[in-house]
Design a protein around this ligand. Structure first.
Ligand code: GLU
Length: 483
């Protein structure tokens, strides 16, 4: 019988959830669903200074918003609870005792300054910095003496000699030569355990079969393999995902725009669109690019995850958002947009009720341009305000079009039923009268009505603005003195 797949997402609640983390969570979730395995969520909060409950709560909220539900973890529990590292202290202590008994750890009293100096010297000699092993030589008497003096110490793992080979599901065989890994720290001076140690204890006890995580952890993997061996556990399979890069090929950071999920949620991206886009950063599904979570889960496999770093492209994400918004009914979309319009002071709650049908019309004109809900703000400004602003060249153009704009005024004034059809008849009439065609005919009218170079069809905008408003916007130009 093949072993049931058990994967985990193990975030540290030390900040907002980053796009790279989301992709890691997603791939783990997809792999679990694909294999009918178990997806567990573990909170790695041993760094007491940087971890907060608030970040932890946000993390759970964001996971739920995305629909990445977990089978075991906080709130739902599971056979290997607790799933928060800060609640597993006694488990780590037991494992530490085992390593102490086996004489695989030793206390190190080197100060930060000493270690820093050592690192600098090694770098100066062109060597990779690693701990020299100085405290390994301490005699039991010296240790006793240091402890009696109250000297702070950390516990280091005694790294055995030998090359370490990581068989990575994505990257193939990765070799770590003998001399690359120095004796590393398992507990800090405040006795709290470090990531490399807790992760191995937990992944072992939680029976994790595959560790799927970011490439930035690849260099930790040989250390972890050594700890599995030292504690008598079988290492899981590893799959390290390439980092997500910005358009300039550098690691994605704030410089490239927003990197936290929170900000994309706040912008009003649909979670499915967002996940669909992120899934494509490193994985090329065979059945096309637009896939629901279930469809992705049906297809997802580690063998099709790529090695090269994927580039995060805001334009493509927006495009993906558009594909998903287009699937929403006009009614649902309009309702979903209301909070954004109210927040922008375009609309009050009362108007939302009394003018809902009108609003649906407005939304309908721009719905194909929306990649996320907040796009509605910039796309529809001119429907809610007549405070349009113009660039100097636009003003100049309009000043030169007084005669054309006056013809529009007269033609629209004569229209009784100001619907799209009659609006267009009037526009054509103006064309005939003035001899203007194409852009020359439409552009000044668009500018006057919307203050925009482009946008939805004027025949749709006109009736939504209404005759009085269109005439008012034309009058801004026709009543102006030409200087
Ligand atoms: N807590 C670690 C992180 O957030 C988890 C790394 C791992 O998946 O092993 O980076």
């Amino acid at each position: 019988m093949t072993e049931q797949v058990r994967v985990r997402f193990a975030p540290s609640p030390t900040g907002d959830m980053h796009l790279g983390n989301v992709r890691t969570a997603l791939y783990n979730w997809l792999y679990a669903r694909h294999t009918k395995g178990v997806f567990l969520l573990r909170i790695e909060d041993t760094d007491k200074e940087r971890s907060t409950d608030e970040y932890c709560d946000n993390l759970l909220k964001i996971m739920k918003w995305m629909g990445l539900t977990w089978d075991e973890g906080p709130e739902v529990g599971g056979p290997y609870a607790p799933y928060k590292q800060s609640e597993r202290t006694s488990i780590y202590e037991e494992h530490l005792s085992l390593l102490k008994t086996k004489k695989m750890v030793y206390p190190c009293y080197c100060t930060e300054e000493e270690l820093d100096l050592e690192r600098k010297r090694q770098l100066g000699r062109g060597h990779m910095p690693k701990y020299s092993g100085k405290c390994k030589q301490l005699t039991p008497e010296e240790i006793k003496q240091f402890d009696a003096q109250g000297k702070p110490s950390v516990l280091r793992f005694r790294v055995p000699a030998g090359e370490i080979i990581v068989h990575d599901e994505v990257r193939g065989e990765v070799r770590f030569p003998d001399d690359q890994i120095g004796d590393f720290v398992l507990t800090r001076s405040d006795k709290s355990p470090t990531y490399n140690f807790t992760v191995v204890v937990d992944d072992s006890l939680m029976k994790v079969t595959h560790v799927i995580r970011g490439e930035d952890h690849l260099s930790n993997t040989p250390k972890q393999i050594l700890l599995y061996e030292a504690m008598g556990y079988k290492p899981p399979k590893f799959a390290h995902l390439s980092i997500i890069k910005g358009a300039d090929g550098q690691k994605l950071s704030k410089r490239h725009g927003e990197t936290s999920v929170e900000s994309y949620k706040a912008k009003g991206y649909l979670p499915d669109a967002f996940l669909n886009y992120l899934a494509l950063l490193g994985w090329a599904p065979k059945s096309g690019e637009i896939l629901s979570l279930d469809q992705m889960a049906a297809e997802f496999d580690l063998t099709h995850v790529g090695k090269s770093g994927a580039i995060f492209d805001h334009v493509k994400l927006h495009w993906m958002g558009m594909q998903y918004m287009a699937k929403m009914s006009l009614e649902d979309l309009t309702r979903a947009l209301l909070p954004y319009l109210i927040e922008a002071n375009y609309f009050t709650r009362e108007q939302a009720r009394s003018r809902f049908e009108w609003l649906k019309g407005v939304v309908d004109t721009v719905r194909t341009s929306l990649g996320c809900y907040s796009d509605i703000i910039k796309e529809t400004f001119y429907f809610f305000s007549d405070e349009l602003s113009f660039e100097p060249n636009q003003t100049e153009e309009m000043m030169g079009q007084k005669a054309l704009l006056e013809s529009y005024e007269a033609a629209f004034a004569a229209v009784e039923d100001f619907n799209g059809e009659n609006f267009m008849k009037a526009v054509k009439e103006v064309g005939k009268q003035t001899g203007s065609k194409g852009k020359a005919l439409y552009h000044p009218l668009r500018l006057a009505m919307t203050g925009r170079e482009d946008g939805p069809e004027l025949a749709k905008i006109g009736p939504l603005l209404g005759k009085a408003e269109v005439l008012k916007r034309l009058a801004v130009w026709t009543k102006q003195e030409v200087q």
